[in-house]
Design a protein around this ligand. Structure first.
Ligand SMILES: Cc1cc2nc3c(=O)[nH]c(=O)nc-3n(C[C@H](O)[C@H](O)[C@H](O)COP(=O)(O)OP(=O)(O)OC[C@H]3O[C@@H](n4cnc5c(N)ncnc54)[C@H](O)[C@@H]3O)c2cc1C
Length: 526
């Protein structure tokens, strides 16, 4: 019987990154993925003949540069095409645009508010510094502040020293970002409401927060931390969709000797004498390994892949309290023609970027109000992109694919998600798009509607939370997923965690997979 050094449960991008690093270090590594394809929430699928979709995650920015370098991802197929603009259609028929050219963006903003045009430059600079301030933390294994172990004390010193080095002004700005609502934070900077709305939107993505909820400013910062080719705040498309990123990482892992088996669901992690010894598959096959690493979210890692009785009671209670509360949906459209925006008619560069349906802060807060009381937003926030405009291979010639990320669609819907409610949710989304692009209805050839319940069913992300657990302050850094268990270990020896439910959290970042692999390789915690 083959014995592996490491088995990774789940071939999401974090599992694949962990596998690549372990295999690169000479460990005999096997990835087991339940679905027929790798990638988890980062997959490309031909949902309608000839129309390819980044079914769940759709833009990339957060993938850590050190992973791109270490695994030589460009050599294995990483090719990110820039997403250059954002257009916000306004209720008065006008629009607010932001473009690749900063001067053009400044002029556009000045058209709406000369004061905001001035403030935006300073704000951009501050956010850049804030992202730089937080960036090293993304690559840091969280120390345990209650431990006196030398490695934890060293980590705490590094953490404290890092904040000290920021200086008072930047530390205060960071503290505010960690604690305030994005609306309050942006109110301190800007006056033009649609500008505040569109900026605050990145603070609500994937959360069960509204723009006026404290804590949303941190999520805004989380989305600012992206970097493409050294350009902060840049978002882009992977050629071939986000699935091509996962395949690229899988190729790198295989090149280092990792094996990847798809269509292979793990039923349980085998534990003998308090130590993980391998896994048993749903088929009944047993595979032995010295180390087992779960790329699944904390609920599945701690309470489903192993018998919860093997976990200390406080860990079970802590994971039961860990908040998932999925709040996002996705609608993917196959189109016979491009949307014709009333505010910017015809073909133009705006169709190569994002279209943000975020006309005002009140609009976003009302969208949240619906979700707070158990309904999907009747008028949702939407982040719309048309990948076929940048990567024509995504759709047949002359046709297009449209990706619509939707906030809010609560997992706990009143009466539960049924087929009829899914259709109604899809209708609310299309009706909202039609308000700004009336030709959309007649252009639809195919429509895929994904509710949080669908996201959970297909990817395994509990409650459909896109980040494998909310990015709330009480679930970050040394609290992610639990105090005492934030260093990728679990209470079972030889059983580790590497998914987005660990520090530094969700998004196509790969950081959890990398940090977990480096911890395992250090042999710490044996
Ligand atoms: C709708 C949506 C939109 C998003 N948009 C973006 C975006 O635009 N940009 C961005 O950066 N991030 C986005 N995200 C977030 C990002 O995609 C996720 O945070 C990230 O992909 C999680 O990666 P992961 O490897 O930790 O876990 P996952 O991708 O969840 O991978 C876990 C894997 O484990 C497999 N698995 C589950 N159970 C078993 C089992 N028993 N045995 C074997 N395998 C199993 C699953 O099939 C899956 O492949 C989005 C997510 C969603 C859902």
């Amino acid at each position: 019987m083959t014995r592996y050094d490491a088995i990774i449960v789940g071939g999401g991008h974090n599992g694949l990154v962990a596998a690549a690093y372990l295999a690169r270090a000479g460990r005999k590594t096997l990835v087991l993925e339940r679905r027929p394809l790798v990638g988890g929430a980062a997959v490309t699928e031909e949902v309608f003949p000839g129309f390819k979709f980044s079914v769940f995650s759709y833009v990339v920015s957060l993938l850590r540069p050190e992973i791109i370098r270490d695994l030589e991802l460009p050599r294995h197929g990483l090719q990110i095409l820039p997403l250059e603009s954002t257009v916000v259609p306004l209720d008065n028929g006008d629009y607010l645009g932001s473009w690749a050219d900063p001067d053009q963006t400044r002029r556009e903003l000045a058209r709406h508010s000369p004061l905001d045009a001035e403030a935006a430059t300073l704000f951009g600079r501050l956010m850049h510094h804030m992202a730089m301030a937080v960036k090293p933390i993304l690559a840091m294994v969280p120390p345990d502040p209650t431990s006196l172990a030398p490695s934890d004390l060293k980590g705490l010193l590094k953490f404290g020293g890092h904040f000290r080095s920021l200086g008072a002004e930047r530390f205060h700005a960071l503290y505010k970002l960690m604690t305030m609502s994005s609306a309050d934070y942006l109110d301190e900077w800007f006056e033009f409401d649609p500008l505040k709305a569109t900026k605050s939107a990145s603070g609500i993505i994937g959360t069960f927060l509204g723009p006026r909820s404290p804590g949303s400013a941190y999520v805004l910062l989380h989305h600012y931390m992206g970097e493409i080719d050294g350009a902060f705040r840049a978002w882009g498309f992977q050629k071939g969709g986000t699935g091509a990123i996962s395949e690229t990482i899988a190729r790198a892992a295989r090149a280092h000797g990792a094996e990847i088996r798809t269509g292979t669901a793990v039923a349980q992690v085998l534990v003998k004498g308090g130590r993980a010894t391998g896994v048993v598959l749903e088929s009944g096959e047993e595979i032995v390994a010295t180390t087992v690493v779960s790329g699944l979210d904390p609920r599945r890692t701690f309470l489903e892949l192993v018998d919860p009785k093997l976990m200390p009671d406080d860990v079970v209670a802590g994971i039961n309290r860990f908040k998932f509360r999925g709040s996002s949906g996705k609608v993917n459209l196959a189109l016979s023609e491009l949307p014709d925006l009333t505010c910017l008619p015809g073909m133009g560069p705006h169709l190569r970027g994002a279209i943000s349906i975020s006309p005002s802060l009140d609009y976003l807060e009302r969208a949240y109000d619906d979700a707070k009381y158990g309904e999907f937003s009747r008028h949702p926030y939407m982040d719309i992109v048309i990948p076929s405009m940048i990567d024509p291979g995504m759709a047949p010639p002359g046709k297009h694919v449209m990706s619509i990320f939707v906030q809010y669609a609560p997992y706990q819907l009143n009466g539960g998600w049924t087929d009829a409610r899914r259709v109604a949710f899809g209708d609310a989304v299309v009706d909202t798009v039609a308000k700004y692009a009336p030709n959309i209805r007649s252009a639809i050839i195919g429509r895929q509607v994904l509710t949080p319940a669908d996201i959970e069913r297909i990817t395994g992300l509990s409650e459909g939370n896109i980040f494998a657990g909310e990015l709330a302050l009480h679930q970050l850094f040394f609290f992610r997923p639990l105090p005492g268990w934030a260093r990728y270990r679990t209470p079972i020896k030889g059983y580790w965690q590497c998914g987005a439910g660990t520090h530094p959290g969700g998004g196509i970042m790969g950081a959890s997979g990398r940090l977990a692999a480096l911890e395992i390789l250090k042999g710490a915690g044996r």
